[in-house]
Design a protein around this ligand. Structure first.
Ligand SMILES: Nc1[nH]c(=O)nc2c1ncn2[C@H]1C[C@H](O)[C@@H](COP(=O)(O)OP(=O)(O)OP(=O)(O)O)O1
Length: 374
């Protein structure tokens, strides 16, 4: 899984939203949505396109017209990608049903997968209503709604409670803490701006006393025989970096359950002798706020194995490749190796660390857990 989000339109008082689950960050899906807006060239074109897209419910049977449109688009996409290497991020959007005789039994859900681009939705003339995702999922990390009615691109970042709260696609908590709200008026030359609440340039700009993360997560470092088992991240946040296995905490999971699940998913091992080693909190200038419980383990069962998400990498504890890692790791990994409990707070702008503050031992424990929902 990647980063979940929604994209779509608000037009004539109706939301037309489609779910996405690969790279929904502003640098991924956000950019793609902006490109779509720019390519439309004018508000009139944008409005016409938004109006023309029909919303169909999941599980409904596919109309012949839509099936034909999907088939043509699939053929076009295949042709365009002829000879291209497959990537980790499937860009294929249209999924055609198999044998012709079964066509009539296929539903809209089976014909259009998530991750469809707005361009393809425009070509198809319909989208499958993924608004129920709001009710089912803990994180809608990023949502981009081209609100043609109000002439605004709505960019949401945070956890949703549902569609009816203030902010529609993120919880009030997310709204207040992140200050995400609307980023700019809609025009072909739109640029995503930042709201006043997002002006972090140094550590003192972050109100750590009231800080609430929008992404709780975990990290796990297995240390054995003078070596630490790290990963090279193959996808998602921090792709290409050497880092520790771990990931986002899912609804209802404890941090420990999360770190065990993530380590097994990423490395196919079950850590043994697990202890909580510390905590790290990351505030990013774009509003992303991650809190991680960090664990160490003295062993594992299974064999570290490459997966879709990660490549295992053993590193000597005295020769850690910090130049290939997140900048904060150098401040806490040595503490983890020596068994000193730590609590680090960091401010990042993209990959660049703007500030940090780490305490250890009793002071770290006294800090409590950043991210306890207030
Ligand atoms: N500055 C930083 N230093 C660090 O060591 N780890 C960081 C970090 N910033 C983020 N991380 C880690 C924390 C968390 O475990 C992880 C989140 O990345 P992802 O969103 O890719 O997680 P997942 O593995 O849950 O993703 P999916 O399963 O693909 O949804 O990145």
């Amino acid at each position: 899984m990647g980063t979940s989000g929604l994209q779509g339109f608000r037009v004539g008082g109706e939301d037309k939203v489609s779910y996405h689950h690969h790279d929904c960050y502003p640098s991924g899906l956000g950019k793609a949505v902006l490109k779509y807006v720019r390519d439309c060239g004018s508000m009139e074109v944008l409005r016409e396109r938004a109006q023309a897209i029909r919303v169909v419910k999941r599980h409904k049977r596919v109309s012949r017209k839509h099936l034909t449109a999907a088939k043509a688009l699939l053929a076009e996409q295949r042709e365009a990608r002829e000879g291209e290497r497959e990537t980790d991020y499937p860009s294929e959007e249209v999924c055609l049903p198999g044998p012709i005789q079964r066509w009539l039994h296929f539903t809209y859900e089976s014909i259009v997968r998530p991750n469809i681009s707005l361009e393809s939705l425009t070509t198809l003339g319909f989208l499958v209503d993924h608004s129920s995702f709001l009710a089912d999922c803990l994180y809608n990390q990023w949502t981009y709604i081209i609100n043609v009615d109000d002439g605004v691109l709505e960019v949401y970042h945070g956890e949703h409670d549902g569609t009816n709260g203030r902010g529609r696609y993120a919880s009030l908590l997310g709204a207040e803490m992140m200050g995400w709200q609307v980023c700019g008026s809609l025009s072909p030359s739109i640029a995503v701006g930042t709201s006043s609440a997002m002006t972090y340039s140094q550590m003192s700009d972050v109100d750590w006393a009231h800080w609430v993360p929008n992404m709780p997560g975990t990290l796990m470092v297995v240390v054995k025989g003078g070596r630490a088992l790290m990963i090279v991240k193959k996808r998602g946040f921090g792709v290409g970096k050497v880092t520790a296995p771990g990931g986002k905490t899912e609804k209802g999971e404890t941090p420990l359950q999360c770190v065990m699940r993530e380590t097994e998913e990423e490395l196919v091992i079950v850590p043994q002798g697990v202890e909580e080693a510390g905590q790290v909190s990351f505030q990013f200038t774009d509003g992303l706020a991650i809190h991680c419980h960090v664990y160490s383990a003295s062993g594992y069962t299974g064999t570290p194995t490459e997966t879709d998400e990660a490549l295992p990498l053993w590193v000597d504890v005295d020769r850690v490749p910090y130049d290939r890692m997140w900048a904060d790791d150098e401040s806490w990994l040595p503490l983890l190796f020596e068994g000193t409990y730590f609590h680090g707070r960091y401010l990042f702008e993209g990959d660049t660390m703007l500030g940090m503050d780490i305490v250890t031992g009793d002071q770290a424990r006294q800090r409590g857990t950043d991210g306890v929902r207030r």
